[in-house]
Write a protein that binds this ligand. Structure first.
Ligand code: ADP
Length: 210
């Protein structure tokens, strides 16, 4: 009987858009924790020459490809908001490819424990791939403010983006741990350092088969 786990302890990091996931992930990375970010993978898999980009062009037409052969994100975003089920189709193409690449990178990343950033973890089968769920949480007003200042969204478009995502309550429902990112950035660093201690302990227990 093998009492030792054969993979590093995996923490799924999630939160609404502009809640602070990347900022939290950067803090974990600075502590030496391998971070696998499905948002980064989602961009990599649609780079020119990748099979997923060809599948997207076949599904949505060449209007979503720029003259230089890259994905025209603005055109695709418009299509998704304008056409019923376009989002579902895009997700059906991309999600399995992103999941497969995430698992591949995690299996190669090593570390005592790993942080896997999955913005839409509430809706993702990757929930089953992680051992623990960490949610970065802030109120909707803070989220809107950060979204407008980071991405230059208008109030209206920021609200539209938020309403297309899972709710704060749905995210908190799947949380094992919560980082509150409502205040100053140094408070955030302190919370990450505390979680790091806890995850190192959990990773030790995980390795020993508990
Ligand atoms: P996400 O990855 O969840 O979309 P980010 O980590 O990019 O969110 O954070 C969104 C924006 O808010 C970024 O511009 C980031 O620098 C800023 N931000 C995050 N946390 C804080 C904080 N505690 N105080 C001030 N600004 C913050």
């Amino acid at each position: 009987m093998n009492l030792h786990s054969d993979h590093p302890f995996r923490v799924g990091l999630t939160g609404g858009i502009a809640s602070g996931k990347s900022t939290v992930a950067d803090h974990f990375a600075a502590l030496g924790v391998p971070v696998i970010d499905t948002d980064v993978i989602a961009r990599e898999v649609v780079e020119p020459g990748q099979p997923a980009l060809k599948d997207i062009a076949e599904a949505f037409g060449n209007g979503v490809i720029t003259d230089s052969g890259a994905l025209d994100r603005a055109a695709l975003r418009e299509l998704i908001f304008a056409v019923d089920d376009a989002r579902k189709l895009l997700e059906a193409i991309l999600h399995p490819i992103i999941r497969e690449e995430t698992v591949r990178q995690a299996n190669n990343a090593g570390g005592d424990y790993q942080v896997i950033v999955v913005p839409l973890l509430t809706e993702s089968p990757l929930k089953l791939f992680v051992d623990r769920v960490l949610v970065v949480d802030c109120d909707k007003e803070t989220q809107l403010r950060r979204l407008m200042s980071r991405d230059g969204e208008t109030q209206e478009s920021a609200e539209r983006i938020l309403s297309a995502q899972s709710s704060r309550e749905e995210r908190l429902e799947i949380a094992d741990d919560v980082i509150k990112n409502q205040g100053e950035l140094n408070e955030l660093a302190k919370q990450v350092a505390e979680m790091h201690e806890q995850y190192q302990a959990l990773a030790r227990a995980h390795r020993q088969g508990f």
